[in-house]
Design a protein around this ligand. Structure first.
Ligand code: NAD
Length: 309
């Protein structure tokens, strides 16, 4: 297949979107990083007399995400100067620029309706031939493009990066029912050779492979902890480096992932399986849902199972 990816667009500048944009910059691919227009001014913007019409305000979410890259640990960029390869913006004002890239990656909140709406918006400006993918943790690839045209569906697949994108070698590629098999082969080769990933092709089943197993393990750990009275520190002490795993143990991983995202990901299996045993396993403990309601989302909000230092 005669294809190449010279320029990309990442939509959603949160934990994963900014990390994916950084990794693309690492390998020399310039990309747009687009997020939403903020709904409110910050105190600082108000003091400067700015309004919601000001471009600096409108592009603030993605611009802040790029600025944060240099301070994030472990470092998402090979070299902080590579941040210049990422152009921040907001989707509303820059939608038409999606026609100028070779790969569009959707990395917004884990919610089917939001993702569906966004993909319809993208299809409206989509240049035939452009690859479009989703970084969903486990929402159905087919469901996301159910209302899109056949040509768009041929160019759409899941490209599920793991957190943090620069360091985690695993990448799941999930073809939809109508994805062009030649494009899947192209993307597998591209992600392996250029992005340095170990690609596993996965079927479009709830949470694919990594998160079906991973979420299961985390929920079983939470259940055992509650029933046996283990502490967060005890569980992390035995499920982290002591067990040969990298730095992140159970609760440190949940704080890194984001508790809100974890709840969405576990709920996705709960709502998409009929087996009662599986539903029981994939039931998120109420205590965790109430942490999310309080805004304890993990590292991104400064408080999760741990306080961010
Ligand atoms: P996040 O909450 O950190 O960021 C989501 C971003 O999307 C926010 O900046 C938000 O403003 C933006 N957004 C929401 N709706 C938008 C829209 N309509 N248009 C433009 N921007 C919009 O979330 P995250 O952790 O980066 O997760 C993003 C996706 O990646 C989800 O599908 C998630 O399941 C998946 N994922 C997350 C992890 C993880 O460890 N956090 C790992 C793998 C995959």
């Amino acid at each position: 297949m005669n294809k190449s990816i010279r320029k990309a667009a990442v939509i959603g500048s949160g934990i994963m979107g900014s990390g994916i944009a950084a990794h693309l910059a690492n390998v020399g691919i310039p990309c747009l990083l687009l997020d939403m227009v903020p709904k409110q001014l910050t105190d600082e913007e108000t003091a400067k007399g700015l309004t919601l019409e000001n471009p600096a305000v409108r592009n603030r979410l993605a611009a802040n995400a790029i600025a944060k890259l240099a301070k994030t640990k472990p470092a998402p960029l090979f070299d902080n100067s590579f941040a210049d390869r990422i152009t921040p913006g907001n989707l509303e004002d820059h939608l038409s620029q999606l026609a100028q890239v070779d790969w569009i990656i959707e990395v917004v909140v884990e919610n089917l309706d939001v993702k569906k709406g966004l993909l319809q918006q993208i299809e409206g400006v989509w240049k035939p031939g452009t690859i479009v993918s989703s970084n969903t943790s486990g929402i159905s690839i087919n469901a996301m493009v159910a209302t899109c045209g056949d040509e768009f569906k041929k160019h759409f697949m899941g490209t599920h990066f793991f957190n943090p994108p620069r360091y985690m070698k695993l990448l799941e590629i999930i073809p939809g029912q109508q994805t062009d098999p030649e494009l899947v082969t192209f993307m597998k080769g591209f992600c392996e050779k250029l992005l340095g990933k170990g690609v596993v092709l996965a079927k479009d089943t709830p949470n694919f492979i990594g998160n079906r197993i991973g979420t299961y393990g985390l929920l079983v750990t939470l259940k055992e902890m509650t029933e046996n009275g283990y502490t967060v520190e005890e569980v992390d002490a035995v499920t982290g480096p002591a067990m040969g795993r990298p730095k992140s143990a159970t609760f440190r991983t949940l704080d890194l992932v984001g508790l809100d995202t974890f709840v969405h990901v576990a709920d996705n299996v709960y709502h998409n399986v009929t087996d009662e045993h599986e539903q029981r396993i994939f039931t998120v403990p109420l205590a965790m849902k109430s942490m999310v309601e309080k805004g304890w989302l993990g590292e991104k909000s400064g408080q999760g199972f741990y306080l961010k230092k």
